[in-house]
Design a protein. Structure first.
Length: 106
């Protein structure tokens, strides 16, 4: 994913956090008031939580995809060890207690 997409996700996350801040400010005024408007307070709490959750998802998704793209572009398949080699070397380097399943038949 390119940098433009990451900045777009950040902008959306910031907008979402600003909406959450506005809802939190409204919630504070409802709580500091007479506190009789319970349905409004519940709605505002949901808005704050959804705003926070959505912004985390936006940021996490943009970071994950860009990290994944960077990791995939750096992989060189012709240098990667075979599956048998990696399992065998793991058994040789493991401790005695963790050797379960690494024994070879004679």
């Amino acid at each position: 994913m390119d940098n433009l997409s990451g900045s777009t996700s950040r902008k959306k996350a910031i907008e979402e956090l600003l909406r959450g801040r506005d809802s939190a400010t409204q919630l504070r005024s409802v709580i500091n008031g007479n506190g009789e408007d319970l349905s409004s307070a519940k709605k505002l709490v949901k808005e704050v939580l959804m705003s926070f959750t959505n912004s985390l998802l936006l940021l996490n998704t943009s970071n994950t995809t860009s990290e994944f793209h960077d990791d995939v572009s750096n992989v060189q398949l012709w240098d990667s060890p075979k599956l048998e080699d990696s399992q065998e070397s793991n058994c040789k380097n493991s401790t005695v207690k963790a050797r379960r399943g690494c024994y070879k038949r004679r």
